[in-house]
Design a protein around this ligand. Sequence first.
Ligand code: FAD
Length: 320
Amino acid sequence: MAEVLVYVDHVDGAVRKPTLELLTLARRVGEPVAVALGAGAEATAAVLAEHGAVKVLTADAPEFAEYLVVPKVDALQAAYEAVSPAAVLVPSSAEGKEIAARLAVRIGSGIITDAVDLEAGDEGPVATQSAFAASFTTKSRVSKGTPVITVKPNSAAVEAAPAAGTVEALTVSFGALATGTKITGRTPRESTGRPELTEAAIVVSGGRGVNGAENFHVIEELADSLGAAVGASRAAVDAGWYPHSNQVGQTGKSVSPQLYIASGISGAIQHRAGMQTSKTIVAINKDAEAPIFDLVDYGVVGDLFAVVPQLTEQIKVRKG
Ligand SMILES: Cc1cc2nc3c(=O)[nH]c(=O)nc-3n(C[C@H](O)[C@H](O)[C@H](O)COP(=O)(O)OP(=O)(O)OC[C@H]3O[C@@H](n4cnc5c(N)ncnc54)[C@H](O)[C@@H]3O)c2cc1C
């Protein structure tokens, strides 16, 4: 069976969920060979093996931490040359897309970005993309070279599929461009203690109806009672009530959690584009005609300041 390279997104050896989702998709088109780079690369092997990696190619060097993406592209290209894979899959983060694009240019291949699904096809993997605020679903395949495909988070379920996960050291020689852009400083984001928005199983979002930054604690308290991430509509973000990094939608983040709770959000198409694939959708809105009610599984017509605190209270009671 052909091998498929999977680029591993990890933090000091802790593999992030979108990579495990990629392994699920990679198994549909071949045998996953993971490429883990930087500090902690070898520590990723156990979890990658549990989720189907037959091999884990690892490399560590100061260049990965000290410079922007080019050293990683050099390493992924080295893996590509060593394996001659049927496809290369990369998580659709900003960094992932840059790495994938640079690799595709170098190896003369076509690239598909932001896929939301992947299946095997007679002439190579077929990727599904969701276009124009999810108004269209397209299916495409790369017709030149080895398909390089970036996949959005939450596009597949994480599945256990134990495989050998044999660790092999990858030999990488960095090109002249590798040290072209040096990282001059890092400021860690202040942790909220909440899960990452795109990876969370539950997302609780607030919109213009929250009516001020000072009221967002109502949304946060519900999120915390559920162990959820907090999202926001663009209206709330543009008003400065919540950080841009929490925006859900066409120009924000795409989420696809098990449960999405929208409070004081009307359900504009651009917001829906980022959340309509959520498994269960609940909306709280005082306007019974709000378009969000067209796509919900459960809707509450009411004032969020009356409904949300009661919901939080009940969840706390039931959780004991
Ligand atoms: C190119 C482009 C890209 C965009 N990208 C995004 C995007 O990524 N994400 C995004 O969200 N938007 C995006 N938008 C904006 C989008 O069109 C809407 O303007 C926005 O989503 C509206 O946010 P909202 O639902 O919070 O506000 P509104 O549409 O004003 O809705 C507020 C809702 O709150 C309800 N409400 C008010 N008070 C209460 C209360 N006390 N209790 C309960 N309900 C209450 C109201 O009934 C109303 O339905 C984009 C627009 C454009 C043109």
